[in-house]
Design a protein around this ligand. Structure first.
Ligand SMILES: [Zn+2]
Length: 284
């Protein structure tokens, strides 16, 4: 079987490397698609489905073919290869690639889980975690309500773990039936304003935010919806035997994390019990 010896997008004519018209169009398309957000896999699938030949009528696109293509600096042109891709498009693709690989490396399984179950406190749509450069992690509503808030991964994990461990210590938190609407008192409002102020600081102090969240929890009572008693009893039973909290435990017992625009984080358990920030401790 013959293998390709000339870089895709080019052909050799009279000993000189020149642009292959059709193939070079495919190269341009691959770079554009990638910059627009398609993945290596989705691009490979697209070309395969369209029957685009890679070499001698052979259709063989995969993730790695695409990856090697967007990484190949020759497409920007040099003494041998004429330019197919502008330096600026090449660099855009490079930035996208770097941001993706950096995302993959830094995400803990906990953060992956939060990305799956976080919802917007205002409209209930998925809350998306937006990668920001450096230390700040931003979450925003995936629908049009424009809610967004900076919450460091460490804070989010701290709060959710805190909610869970509070429930383990006090299983009855799972069956609180609140009959009153949540009415913030002056103290609560003060705490919340302080929390918003802290979260908006350009440099976040983890200890200050954590302290503020827990203080807030002390003065706060939020209502908890209650589903059915049987599930709650089972849940209590299982939760009481947890000795170590990790993402698997979170995944099993936590249904949703509601992120309010004011920085409150509500953990919703699978029986619909809701624990706000540090918990509904003084509800009992
Ligand atoms: Zn929303």
């Amino acid at each position: 079987m013959a293998i390709r010896t000339t870089l895709y997008g080019y052909q050799v004519e009279n000993g000189k490397t020149v642009i292959h018209n059709e193939e070079s169009e495919v190269v341009k398309r691959v770079f554009s698609l990638y910059v627009e957000g398609e993945t290596l896999n989705s691009i490979a699938t697209m070309l395969t489905e369209e029957n685009v030949a890679y070499f001698q009528d052979e259709v063989k696109w995969n993730k790695n073919t695409i990856k090697r293509m967007i990484e190949n600096e020759k497409y920007m042109g040099n003494e041998v290869y004429p330019m197919i891709i502008s330096t600026s498009l090449f660099n855009q693709a490079k930035t996208v690639k770097e941001s993706k690989s950096c995302k993959q490396e830094t995400h803990t399984p906990e953060v992956e889980l939060f990305r799956e179950i976080a919802v917007c406190g205002k409209c209930g749509s998925r809350f998306k975690r937006v990668n920001t450069w450096g230390t700040r992690e931003k979450w925003m509503c995936s629908k049009g309500c424009k809610c967004s808030i900076y919450i460091d991964d460490a804070i989010l994990e701290y709060v959710v773990t805190g909610n869970l461990s509070m429930v383990i210590r006090n299983l009855d938190l799972l069956n609180i039936v609140a009959d009153s609407q949540y009415m913030p008192t002056i103290d609560v409002t003060k705490e919340e304003n302080e929390l918003i102020r802290l979260l908006e600081q350009p440099k976040l102090k983890f200890s200050a935010v954590a302290k503020c969240i827990l203080q807030g929890a002390k003065v706060r009572f939020d209502c908890c919806k209650f589903d059915n008693g049987e599930l709650t009893e089972e849940l209590k039973d299982e939760i009481s035997s947890i000795d170590k909290i990790d993402y698997r435990i979170m995944k099993e017992y936590i249904k949703q994390i509601i992120i309010q625009p004011d920085g409150r984080i509500i953990t919703v358990f699978i029986n619909n019990a809701e624990i706000t920030n540090g918990g509904a401790e003084n509800a009992s």
